[in-house]
Design a protein around this ligand. Structure first.
Ligand SMILES: *Cc1c(COP(=O)(O)O)cnc(C)c1O
Length: 227
């Protein structure tokens, strides 16, 4: 087995353990492999190992990598990074899911870029820190953003996304995220996805109800320096 195959299998076993410990079905979880800073060839390797969900956080790399990889049946590209409105068209051209909708204008731009396209699944990114410079909508603006995004004809609001703050236990942060998810569902009942959990904290995320895990280095190995 290659190192990549070994790490993937090990992470999947840990995901299954965490799910069972939480009384959840591992098959209900979507494991997204975050391939940022790695060459496009890693996506081909992962695909050959059965991976069908990959994630990137920077638009230019997202666009280039998707072009290099080309069409692979059933492969879903997840955009998980901060997005500029003027890059909405490029993101939408590739993404199956955008995890990082954090303001009305971004929802508008993604919607405007989607005329004649199938609906785009989007998640509302929530800022769980006190630092407004981090990505995500402040929790008190959540219902308003949910209603706005849900009103865009070509977007489908599927749930919420967050990154755990560095200065707080991930379990506590993910409990707050779960409460945010419940609030979004009062506005958009079908928005049941919770995107949370990275290499360091995916077990805590699973315990708190995450449905979509974004795991990079535990699977890909250490990231090369950004280009
Ligand atoms: C890089 C990244 C991840 C994956 O991080 P790891 O710690 O390598 O698992 C998850 N989510 C976002 C938003 C990221 O930018």
């Amino acid at each position: 087995m290659s190192d990549l195959a070994e790490r993937l299998a090990e992470v999947d076993a840990r995901i299954a353990d965490a799910a069972r410990a939480a009384g959840r079905d591992p098959r209900a979880l979507t494991r997204i492999v975050v391939t940022k800073f790695h060459p496009a060839s890693i996506v081909d390797e992962l695909y050959a190992l059965g991976v069908r969900d990959v994630g990137e956080n920077r638009q230019q790399e997202f666009t280039e990598k998707a072009r290099e990889v080309g069409a692979l049946d059933g492969l879903a590209w997840h955009f998980i990074g901060q997005a500029q409105t003027n890059k909405a068209r490029a993101i939408r051209a590739v993404a199956s899911v955008v995890h990082s909708v954090d303001r009305a204008r971004l929802a508008d731009s993604l919607d405007a870029a989607g005329e004649g396209m199938p609906p785009l699944d989007v998640l509302l990114q929530i800022n769980l820190t006190d630092d407004p410079g981090r990505g995500g909508v402040a929790p008190d603006g959540l219902e308003q953003l949910a209603a706005h995004a849900a009103g865009r004809p070509t977007l489908r609001v599927r749930g919420v996304m967050a990154v755990a703050p560095l200065d707080e236990s991930p379990a506590a942060a993910f409990e707050r995220l779960a409460a945010c998810s419940a609030r979004v569902r009062t506005v958009v009942p079908e928005a049941t996805w919770i995107s949370a959990g990275m290499t360091a904290d995916f077990a805590e995320a699973i315990a708190a109800g995450a449905t979509h895990l974004r795991i990079g280095s535990a699977i890909t190995g250490p990231r090369p320096t950004p280009r």
